[in-house]
Design a binder for this molecule. Structure first.
Ligand code: GLU
Length: 471
């Protein structure tokens, strides 16, 4: 089987977000599954930082940190596009030398007025500069020109995309775009192609917002007699309101999701099912199973919807797995709220997690819960559920609780049963008010779990404060 070489080529103009991560993930998965048959397959990262005004090193760091956290590994060090400008320039001049490009001196204003003129005449003409190419003296100039790529006037160009299938457009719909600006800097269109060629990339998987660019970029490959890569343009992710996924839909940047307490497996599981189905009974799938069964050609052409509800469902599934406690520990140790309590009493924090884990969607939901269980100034709020009769019940209950030698869930549970039996109280009239007394909520874990996690001292304090009306 032929080796596959792919790349993820983010522009460091923002943090790594779900859309970018999905592109990186699919590239990585394709290469990992290809490696099962051909060890020479490779996945590269290229930082496209040529737009110096919008690019920022912190964004590059954020992108790489996010990928590493997700377990997406790449070949060697990332390639930095801005360090390859001389090579891009070299190719621009080679295209010029070979008659595949031409010098142009049109100003922005001149082209803009032509465009407006055409618009008035309702003409859709893509090539606005048509004199420079024929003008000998312009073609002899030594400086103050930009270089534009020549595109045939007639005929069509066709792409057989792995997701979008076969699409063709007329050549006259493609402009003679600039490859080298008049300040001698290469444009993104040129740099991408030169870098992909030099890196040996033979499969380009990226968002379908770049599909139009592919028809334009292909002409650089053709003019240079380079092998044209295979393309796969992935439909974008939308939010539940049908618009392109953005900050408006909540935290979509990966490191923020990490800080909120989402797990890599949940994010991967959720992202890979957007537009692809593994055809199994349930939706839980791990990275190894994905690598074994993923097929880019089976991806849907239409955009898919990202939902937090779904991500939360997956996250809860992975949160409860024992193997993932390392993520829990890292979260508790670094989160500004939980850190303090975790240092104070690790075991108590784990106990609290254990009684709440089935209901938790992401770790930061633990912040308020942990605070509640450690709060020594806790006071039960007034509530009709706590009446005089319940006060008497609580007084008696304290007597029973006092008999417990070893404070564990089993002993507490037994003690409650004996207490209820001895006093002929049914659990219904005891459970809800007692839970409310202990945590100011009628819903939550069982009373024995709450008492256990609170610890003996705190449980007594809360019940006695209530009995003695301490506010
Ligand atoms: N740097 C481009 C972007 O971040 C991607 C270019 C490509 O994948 O060809 O959108």
């Amino acid at each position: 089987m032929k080796s596959v070489v792919t790349r993820f080529a983010p522009s460091p103009t923002g943090n790594l977000h779900l859309g970018g991560l999905r592109t990186a993930l699919i590239n990585y998965i394709i290469v990992e599954s290809s490696k099962l048959k051909n060890q020479n397959s490779k996945f590269f990262i290229r930082i496209e930082d040529t737009d110096k005004k919008r690019s920022n090193d912190d964004y590059s760091k954020n992108i790489l940190e996010g990928l590493k956290w997700l377990g997406i590994n790449w070949e060697r060090d990332p390639i930095i596009q801005s360090q390859r400008i001389d090579r891009h320039r070299e190719i621009a001049f080679k295209l010029l030398e070979n008659g595949k490009a031409f010098k142009c001196v049109c100003t922005f204003e001149e082209l803009e007025s032509k465009r407006i003129d055409n618009q008035k005449k309702q003409l859709n003409i893509k090539r606005l500069c048509n004199e420079c190419e024929k003008n000998e003296s312009i073609q002899q100039m030594e400086k103050n020109f930009c270089i534009r790529l020549k595109i045939p006037n007639h005929g069509k160009i066709e792409i057989e995309d792995k997701i979008q299938s076969i699409v063709s457009i007329n050549n006259n719909e493609i402009d003679n775009y600039i490859i080298l600006r008049n300040d001698s800097t290469p444009t993104y269109m040129l740099s991408v192609v030169v870098d992909d060629h030099d890196m040996g990339v033979n499969l380009i998987v990226r968002g379908d917002d770049h599909f139009n660019n592919a028809f334009r970029q292909i002409y650089i490959y053709k003019h240079m007699n380079w092998n044209i890569p295979t393309y796969a343009h992935i439909p974008l992710i939308h939010g539940e309101d049908g618009t392109k996924l953005s900050k408006r839909h909540g935290a979509i940047d990966i490191i923020s999701l990490k800080k909120k307490g989402y797990l890599p497996q949940a994010i991967i599981n959720n992202l890979i099912l957007l537009g692809w189905s593994p055809k199994k009974d349930n939706e839980i799938i791990n990275i190894n199973e994905i690598i074994e069964s993923f097929n880019i050609e089976k991806m849907s052409k239409s955009s898919s919807i990202f939902s937090y509800k779904k991500l939360n469902y997956f996250n809860n599934h992975y949160i409860v797995l024992k193997d993932n406690f390392k993520y829990l520990e890292e979260f508790l140790n670094t989160n500004t709220v939980t850190k303090e309590y975790f240092v104070k009493d690790k075991n108590k924090v784990f106990d609290i997690f254990n009684i709440y884990k089935s209901k938790i969607e992401y770790y930061s939901q633990l912040e308020d819960i942990i605070k509640l269980y450690f709060n020594e100034a806790f006071r039960t709020k007034n509530n009709g559920i706590l009446n005089d009769e319940f006060k008497l019940i609580s007084k008696e209950f304290i007597v029973y609780l006092n008999k417990i030698q070893i404070w564990n869930e089993k002993n507490i549970e037994n003690n409650i049963s004996v207490f209820l039996q001895d006093n002929n109280i049914n659990f219904k009239s005891f459970g809800k008010p007692m839970r409310y007394l202990l945590i100011n909520s009628i819903n939550g874990p069982s009373v024995s779990e709450i008492l256990y996690a609170l610890g003996k001292k705190n449980s007594f304090l809360r019940i006695n404060n209530y009995i003695n009306n301490i506010k």
